[in-house]
Ligand binder design. Structure first.
Ligand code: AMP
Length: 322
């Protein structure tokens, strides 16, 4: 039986945080190790270009994210790990999709609406983000895309765009339609991990706890969690704590320390540090050998390119440019 295909990516826009990890990256590792999927994990550097216009920062972040992927347990022998910009088929397919997608349709995307609502002058890359993401996903005949809740709409866009293409061009190949319709895979319990201020944890809100944080960084982040005493328990502390300990374990601790926020925060620091320490140490080891990391990405690019360029050839024949 052929395995289902799984693909997901992360933008190299800075250090990943525990929201990225619990919402998406932990699933990457679990699903890879289940052996049920052919897995592709990429570094979405062309998406990150919407936020980073500094070559040195882009290079550093990209390499760092590759190290992060390895450190959480994405084994390059089992999964294809690659950089989006190494596979030119992504941007080429994006253009082909651009000719099918309408402006009003893209104006409904959350990311665009949020940027507009903030009065930002939106660049074309941000506006077009869902189309490039559709190309990322559809090039590999992806069945499932593990993501956090904030990316659900983008996977829906990818499904719509696949359908649009299949309808417009008949989309028939000997194997069926040109594009498969992908499904998002979202873990409900961690679909939106809250940050230290209770809003969604996000680099752009500055409310994160970095995934590979040092003990000092963990202490600083936890001590600045905004405590809200209006409820039974300090929700912002508790909601982060339950990522690291079961609710059965937490209940007696929070009962015994009602109103004693400092004690609860201390317990949270210990739990986060106990979880992050081995990851941090493993990452530090991997970071010593950057050459190896570059080799992993080069080998991944070769494997991804073999699949993506073959798919693009099919698309080119289907639209009549080949
Ligand atoms: P990004 O940094 O936007 O590339 O996000 C990488 C992955 O992390 C995506 O699948 C996001 O949906 C997921 N993610 C980002 N922030 C959160 C959060 N606060 N809670 C759950 N998942 C998240």
């Amino acid at each position: 039986m052929t395995k289902k295909t799984l693909l997901s990516g992360v933008k190299p826009t800075g250090r990943p945080h525990i929201g990225n990890y619990f919402g998406a990256m932990r699933q990457f590792v679990e699903l890879l190790n289940s052996g049920d999927y052919s897995c592709y994990f990429f570094i979405a550097d062309y998406h990150a270009l919407n936020f980073i216009q500094n070559a040195e920062e882009m290079r550093r972040n990209t390499l760092d994210l590759a190290i992060d992927y390895l450190a959480i347990g994405l084994d390059p022998k089992k999964a294809v790990l690659f950089k989006q910009s190494d596979i030119s088929a992504h941007t080429e397919l994006c253009w082909i999709f651009d000719t099918l997608v309408t402006v009003p349709y893209l104006m409904r995307a959350h990311a665009f609406k949020d940027a507009e609502a903030k009065g930002k002058e939106v660049n074309v890359g941000t506006f077009n983000y869902p189309v490039l993401m559709a190309a990322d996903i559809l090039l590999y005949d992806t069945d499932v895309v593990p993501v956090g809740q904030d990316q659900k709409q983008h996977v829906e866009y990818a499904r719509d765009i696949a359908q649009k293409f299949n309808n417009a061009f008949g989309g028939r190949t000997s194997e069926g339609c040109t594009f498969k319709l992908p499904e998002p895979k979202i873990l409900e319990s961690v679909a939106t991990v809250p940050g230290i201020d209770g809003r969604k944890m996000s680099k752009s809100y500055g409310n994160t706890i970095p995934l590979f944080a040092s003990r000092e960084e963990i202490e600083k982040a936890v001590m600045s969690i905004v405590t809200d005493s209006s409820g039974e328990l300090p929700a912002n502390v508790y909601n982060i704590h339950k990522l690291f300990r079961s609710e059965e374990e937490l209940k007696p601790l929070y009962e015994a320390n009602k109103g004693k926020y400092a004690n609860l925060k201390k317990a949270l620091i210990e739990d986060i540090d106990a979880f992050i320490k081995p990851l941090r140490e493993h990452r530090a080891e991997l970071a010593k050998n950057e050459k190896k990391v570059h080799e992993v990405l080069a080998a991944g690019a070769e494997r991804a390119n073999a699949i993506a360029s073959k798919k693009l050839e099919v698309v080119k024949k289907t639209i009549g440019v080949k």
